[in-house]
Design a protein. Structure first.
Length: 196
C-alpha cells in the first residue's frame, strides 16, 4: 500500500530534523552497512503480563529503519493463555497472520459487518484485508506465538477499545452511553479498566 521506492534503499534517518516529509529521509548511502538491513528485535518473547494477556513487538520502520520506503513490515505477537490481541485496524496495510505455535482464533469484520474467522495452528496463515477491524485470541491450552506481516513500513494500529475508552482527552460519556445504549456506570467501568 506504500508508494514505490525511488532508489535501491533509503535507510531511515529517524533523528533527522527535516520536519515535513511523507515518511523519513534517507541516511547517506556512504554510512549504510549490513547492520542497517538486519533486525534482532523480534527474537525475544514479549511481556504478556497486562490486561489483554498479549504483546505486540513491532518491526516497523520506527524500530527497523532499514524498512524505510520498502513497503513492508513485520510484528511479533505473543499470547499468554487466554490472551487476546484486542480488536484493531491498520489504516495503511493488509496483514497476514502466521501462527508459529499454539492455537489462535483470528477474526475480522467487514464494513458490512460480516465476520470471518479461523482457528490457526503452526504454519497456517490468515489474511486481514486492509483497514478492517480484526483480533487474535489464544484458544489453545498453552502460550501462543504469531508473526504478522504488512504491506506498509508503518501500518498504524487503531485499537478499538483504547480509541473509544482511553483517548486523550477522553470521549465524553454521553457520546458513549448513547452509542452503546448503556449507563454512565458501564462507560465509567470500562474507562477505568484502560486508564493507566
Ligand atoms: C496483529 O494483528 C498485529 O497487528 O500485529
Ligand atoms: Mn493487526
Amino acid at each position: 500500500a506504500d508508494p514505490d521506492p525511488l532508489q535501491d534503499f533509503c535507510v531511515a534517518d529517524l533523528g533527522s530534523s527535516a520536519s515535513v516529509l511523507n515518511g523519513f529521509p534517507c541516511k547517506p548511502a556512504s554510512n549504510v552497512s549490513s547492520d542497517d538491513f538486519f533486525f534482532d528485535g523480534l527474537s525475544k518473547e514479549g511481556n504478556t503480563t497486562n490486561i489483554f494477556g498479549s504483546n505486540v513487538t513491532a518491526g516497523s520502520v520506527v524500530t527497523f529503519p532499514g524498512l524505510n520506503t520498502l513497503g513492508i513490515s513485520i510484528n511479533r505477537v505473543d499470547f499468554a493463555i487466554g490472551g487476546v490481541n484486542p480488536p484493531h485496524s491498520h489504516p495503511r496495510a493488509t496483514e497476514t497472520v502466521l501462527v508459529i505455535s499454539g492455537q489462535v482464533l483470528v477474526g475480522f469484520v467487514t464494513t458490512g459487518n460480516v465476520y470471518f474467522s479461523k482457528v490457526l495452528t503452526a504454519g497456517q496463515i490468515f489474511v486481514i484485508p486492509r483497514g478492517l477491524v480484526h483480533f487474535q485470541k489464544n484458544v489453545g491450552p498453552g502460550k501462543a506465538l504469531a508473526f504478522t506481516s504488512f504491506n506498509s513500513q508503518l501500518p498504524g494500529a487503531a485499537i478499538v477499545p483504547l480509541n473509544l475508552f482511553a483517548s486523550t482527552p477522553l470521549i465524553p460519556n454521553d457520546v458513549l452511553t448513547k452509542t452503546f445504549q448503556v449507563g454512565d456506570d458501564v462507560v465509567n467501568s470500562i474507562k477505568s479498566k484502560f486508564s493507566s
